[in-house]
Design a protein around this ligand. Structure first.
Ligand code: UD1
Length: 419
């Protein structure tokens, strides 16, 4: 397993480019299952989760070919099975996103249940209940979700919890259903909107994306299209914190400002000066120590749970004390113990973490536990005195494209040690 070795203490300066959004790419690739012809998806990030998606779709008979650099051509014209095996699903929970498209287009699906995951139990009951409401017959047996259906029927679905992939799965399924589907309490994340735009380009009729009510009028068939995936807002936020935590001056290209409001507000509260223009953002924190900022995670447009670990790193060296509340996942503080090994002062009780900012962190060997937790550790390492070795960085490779290259472009002292 590769490691990252980081020598902290350098103020970052320079610019780098933000990649396509992982959490938009994964549902868009799954949505290609709905179309009879090939689609060209551009701005696809080179990430381990994307490779897993390609493997999953290829196993079903979908033809996926590389097109000019960051594009993928995806053709689901000759799907010959509807099986999503445990071996792949267990490495990437988002594999569940094939469930809705498979049932809608082929009337069958055989998708492994994802099982537990480091940040909490993460059930998929709402995906299953929603498809059942559209008329699918669903059994869970031998660890698999086995679904069969004739043409799905439009339904009114009220989600009891806001779920991102749940909303996406049901929205995709509804595009080919007979009649109109209304999804209430839908997720409003920008990635849901990106998926809806992609579906509409394929001939779907989805309205209301970005609000909590989606109205989907089913159509008989969808066609392939061309689409450019939106920039990754979590990657953007992570690099902005890298600039802020080190007292740097950085510019990020290919960003989408409107998707970052809650994160930018917190960075400004921490003392950062931020300027946006033409899909670029510049953060200036030179000569200043961040101020502690309270954070409460919740579904979009509130503060994203996927930025909680990174802000904890910022709070760890900030002036003052911050209270952080995680309301989305029950066990998303596994980075705390690792940050404490670097000298952070954090007390956790239930879903509340109180972070007393310290003057300095010190380098230490630490272990990545999940994707965003590992990003938090890398950020801590950038400002820690001495050398930090971050182990198990396959978690980072799931969601951050070339992290050592991009941080290197910004002047960080970071190298990968292949194992
Ligand atoms: C997605 C994102 C992930 C992000 C999360 C929350 C992708 C590929 N992943 O994950 O990066 O951290 O949103 O913003 O887009 N729940 C249920 N029943 C269900 C489904 C969910 O109870 O059937 C609960 C979960 O346990 C959790 C909450 O709903 O407490 C939100 O989870 P959800 O939005 O579904 O997360 P994901 O879609 O898996």
């Amino acid at each position: 397993m590769d490691k990252l070795v980081i020598v902290g203490g350098k103020a970052l300066e320079g610019e780098t480019r933000i990649s396509g959004a992982k959490n938009a790419t994964l549902p868009i690739l799954a949505a290609c299952l709905l179309a009879e012809g090939p689609s060209l998806v551009r701005n696809v990030p080179h990430l381990h989760d994307v490779t897993t998606s390609i493997e999953l779709l290829s196993g079903m008979g979908v033809r996926v070919t590389l097109a000019d650099g960051m594009g993928l051509e995806v053709d689901a014209g000759a799907v010959d099975n509807v099986h999503a095996p445990y071996d792949l699903v267990k490495t990437m929970r988002a594999s569940i996103l094939v469930l809705g498209p498979l049932v809608a287009r082929f009337g069958r699906a055989d998708v492994s249940l994802p099982g537990g995951c480091a940040i909490g139990s993460r059930p998929v009951n709402l995906h299953i209940d929603g498809l059942a409401a559209m008329g699918a017959d669903i059994r869970v047996e031998n660890g698999y979700i086995r679904a069969s259906a004739g043409r799905l029927k439009g339904a009114r679905i009220v989600l009891e919890t806001v779920t991102v992939t749940g909303t996406e799965n049901l929205m995709m399924a509804a595009t080919l259903a007979e009649g109109t589907t209304v999804i209430e309490n839908a997720a409003r994340e920008p990635e849901v909107v990106d998926l809806a735009c992609f579906l509409n380009r394929m001939g779907a009729r989805v309205q209301g994306a970005g609000t909590d009510t989606l109205v989907i009028e089913g159509v008989k068939r969808l066609h392939g299209t061309e689409y450019e995936v939106m920039p990754d807002r979590i990657e953007t936020g992570t690099y902005l914190i890298a600039g802020a935590i080190t007292g740097g001056l950085i510019t990020l290209k290919n960003i989408r400002q409107g998707t970052l409001d809650a994160v930018l507000a917190k960075l400004q509260e921490a003392g950062a000066q931020i300027r946006c223009a033409d899909n670029m953002i510049t953060l200036d924190m030179r000569g200043r120590r961040p101020r502690a900022v309270d954070v409460r995670t919740a579904p979009y447009p509130a503060f994203p749970t996927d930025m909680q670990a990174q802000f904890m790193a910022l709070n760890a060296i900030a002036e003052g004390t911050a209270t952080m509340v995680e309301t989305v996942f029950e066990n998303r503080y596994m980075h705390v113990q690792e940050m404490e090994r670097m000298g952070a002062d954090i007390r956790v009780q239930g879903n509340v973490a109180v972070v007393h900012g310290v003057e300095r962190l010190t380098g230490a060997p630490v272990m990545a536990t999940d994707l965003r937790a590992s990003a938090g550790l890398v950020l801590g390492a950038l400002v820690a005195e001495g050398e930090t070795e971050v182990d198990r960085i396959y978690h980072i490779d799931r969601g951050y494209e070339c992290i050592e290259e991009k941080l290197g472009q910004l002047g960080a002292c970071i190298r990968r040690i292949p194992q």
